[in-house]
Design a protein around this ligand. Structure first.
Ligand code: ADP
Ligand code: MG
Length: 396
């Protein structure tokens, strides 16, 4: 982060500051934000700017509108209401994103005021990183702050384009996300245990590859483990499998051997006769998965072995659930792993990925983790060694 300025590097008093945040939070039918984690994550940056006496212009996307103008279903109205409660001050929500009417609202702002622009994706030029749209956004402000780590892997007008046109700074959330994840990769405390799960090898192959360069132990669970088991010559019945990826999985097994990384794969699984919580289930060895059954969770012997390895770690990175944790019948493996990570109080424990974070929250263990990344896709791209456009655009 040495070449990236943060909000601590400036006093924004009297300045108009455009702040890109990630307020893409779930909203129910009654228009209530049902999980305000993302809003709360941006509060430190907003509060610092308000304390400086800045005129704070917030911008965010929400969902996937058509990009043809205002759509009630994707309005930031519910977000503005919740943010108002969290901050205890009035928030003005503009209907337009750029142009004279927004400029008029901004001109009328007093120091410390907060304005929220409507959903930035109501204009399709946002996702195209259209230069004229970025210029129009820049014209509203004197400085730019990006605190939207969750969209840092996208080169859009409000995440990349505008950063080149104004003095640009990282917000606290962005700074913490990037510093924590790159710190883990550059200088992990050892032993460094990486846990990967989730559905597909194809989604995660670059992450697996990158972590094999860094980790001492790599633990594999979730749907992706069956492609690895195929690579070991086992039969996996009706389990999720990607035949086209067996060769790559075999190459990963070989890479682990060459690099001296301990690769842990399941020895038993919870097999089910249907993809259903009410399915008939059996705990079977990975050598005896019935042809007509599918593995929907790691088995208890596997979970215990994984928990032991996690207990010996000095740092842990976890992405991807061990099984179909959304169904109680197949949550035990993910729960055992989550509890083992939580119980290792001495280790740095970092959780990344939408469903993994949901699992940790489901088991009420979030507070026991060192760091929970707010950016699913962005954290994966960072871990797999890719430059994030939203971060690169902040470099001096
Ligand atoms: P994350 O969002 O944490 O990166 P993924 O999106 O890669 O994780 O994968 C999460 C999904 O993987 C969950 O919905 C879970 O139900 C599914 N999954 C885990 N294990 C299995 C399995 N054995 N078979 C099918 N799906 C699985
Ligand atoms: Mg996911």
């Amino acid at each position: 982060m040495a070449d990236i300025k943060t909000v601590d590097d400036a006093d924004f008093g009297g300045k108009r500051v455009l702040v890109r945040v990630d307020f893409n939070a779930p909203v129910d039918d009654a228009g209530t934000v049902t999980d305000d984690t993302r809003l709360r994550a941006a509060l430190p940056t907003i509060e610092k700017l308000v304390a400086d006496g800045a005129k704070v212009i917030l911008t965010s996307h929400r969902g996937r509108p058509a990009g043809e103008g205002f759509e009630e279903a994707f309005s930031l109205g519910p977000i503005a209401r919740r943010l108002q409660e969290l901050l205890g001050r009035d928030i003005v929500l503009t209907r337009d994103l750029v142009g004279p009417e927004v400029a008029e609202v901004v001109d009328a702002m007093a120091d410390g005021d907060i304005v929220l622009l409507e959903n930035i994706r109501f204009d399709k030029r946002e996702k195209k990183n259209d230069p004229a749209f970025a210029r129009a956004l820049a014209d509203l402000a004197d400085a730019y702050v990006n605190d939207a780590f969750g969209t840092a892997h996208r080169a859009h007008a409000s995440t990349a384009g505008v950063a080149a046109l104004l003095p640009a700074y990282a917000g606290y959330l962005m700074e913490r996300e990037v510093a924590t994840l790159t710190g883990m990769l550059d200088e992990p405390k050892r032993p460094f245990v990486a846990i990967l799960g989730g559905s597909k090898v194809s989604d995660k192959i670059k992450v697996i590859d990158a972590l094999l360069d860094k980790a001492d132990t790599l633990i594999i669970g979730g749907g992706m483990c069956f492609t690895f088991l195929l690579a070991q010559g086992k039969a996996v019945g009706a389990s999720l499998k990607e035949e086209d990826w067996v060769e790559r999985a075999a190459a990963m097994i070989e890479k682990a051997r060459e690099r001296g990384v301990t690769l842990l794969l399941p020895t038993d699984v919870v097999a089910a006769d249907a993809f259903s919580n009410d399915a008939r289930t059996a705990i079977v060895s990975v050598d005896e998965i019935p042809a007509d059954m599918m593995g929907l969770d790691i088995g208890p012997e596997t979970a215990a072995a994984y928990a032991q390895a996690i207990g010996e770690a000095a740092s842990v990175f976890w992405n991807g659930p061990m099984g179909v944790f959304e169904m109680p019948s197949f949550e035990a493996g993910t729960r055992t792993v989550a509890e083992a990570v939580a119980a290792n109080e001495a280790a740095d424990t970092i959780i990344g990925g939408g469903d993994s974070v949901a699992a940790v929250n489901k088991f009420d263990l979030a507070d026991a983790m060192t760091f929970i990344s707010t950016g699913g896709g962005a954290s994966m791209e960072l871990v797999q060694g890719e430059a994030l456009p939203g971060v690169e655009a902040l470099r001096a």
